[in-house]
Design a protein around this ligand. Structure first.
Ligand code: SAH
Length: 234
């Protein structure tokens, strides 16, 4: 009878021969723990959001020095005084806009590109605007390298939105604004949803849900949050 390699022995051999397979395995383990402890246990149940959070390699959106912290329950610095949001907040905002496969979504504040990648793994097209030129270039390169071909990055002040691509099924703003920019409300489709942190910079802000229904605007306060300030001009 032919001798078969036991599965465990083969797996061990694969990991010894390929350190990158070992690293990949460690990260998927950490990512699964992040989804269970930080996201599922806190009440996020939307299947598409959970799948996106399970898929997107968050550790590739931070600097190599922070790779080991990538799946921790907190925001992390990404340079230029900016941060990648806490995983739970990314999941929460994603769930609240109810993303669908055919959607076209606008994000203001590309930062690391992580939220854009999470959205891009669910919807058809993502348009993301970053005001800091260097970050915009880093994000464009990163998303290309990771093959998120359905994201377009623009370096600009997101206050004016992206009129050439409007209207959008949903808009996600990831910097704290003093008020909801009127151009973003205009660029939201009827039936569309926007999430935006509103309040004073450096204080606790309120994450608002803005819904457009037959031209009427309804706003609901969802959660106290702390985001970096929404800047103006370039
Ligand atoms: N969504 C990001 C987190 C971004 S932090 C992520 O997943 O990593 C907020 C970002 O918004 C910062 O990069 C900041 O430079 C950017 N920002 C602030 N004001 C802006 C504006 N008016 N237009 C576009 N981007 C802005």
């Amino acid at each position: 009878m032919k001798k078969r390699w036991p599965l465990a022995a083969m797996l061990t051999l694969t990991l010894i021969l390929s350190p990158s397979a070992w690293a990949a395995d460690t990260h998927s383990f950490q990512r699964e723990a992040m989804v269970r402890k930080q996201i599922l246990e806190r009440g996020i149940t939307d299947g598409t959001t959970l799948t996106a959070m399970r898929t997107v390699p968050r550790h590739l959106f931070v600097s190599p020095a922070l790779t080991d912290s990538a799946y921790e329950d907190r925001p992390l610095p990404i340079g230029y005084g900016q941060t990648i949001s806490q995983p739970y907040i990314v999941a929460f905002m994603t769930e609240k806009i109810r993303p669908k496969a055919g959607h076209k979504v606008l994000e203001i504040g590309s930062g690391s590109g992580y939220q854009a990648a999470v959205l891009a793994s669910i919807v058809k097209e993502v348009y993301t605007i970053e005001i800091i030129e260097e970050l915009g270039h880093i994000v464009r390169d990163r998303l290309q390298r990771l093959r998120y071909g359905n994201v377009r990055v623009r370096v600009a002040d997101g206050y004016d939105g992206w009129p050439e691509q409007a209207p959008f099924d949903a808009i996600v703003v990831t910097a704290a604004a003093e008020h909801v920019p009127p151009s973003l409300i205009r660029q939201l489709k009827d039936g569309g949803r926007m999430v935006i942190p509103v309040g004073s910079p450096f204080l606790v802000q309120s994450l608002m849900l803005v819904e457009k229904d037959q031209g009427n605007i309804k706003t609901t306060s969802l959660l106290p949050v702390r985001f970096v300030p929404f800047r103006r001009g370039r």
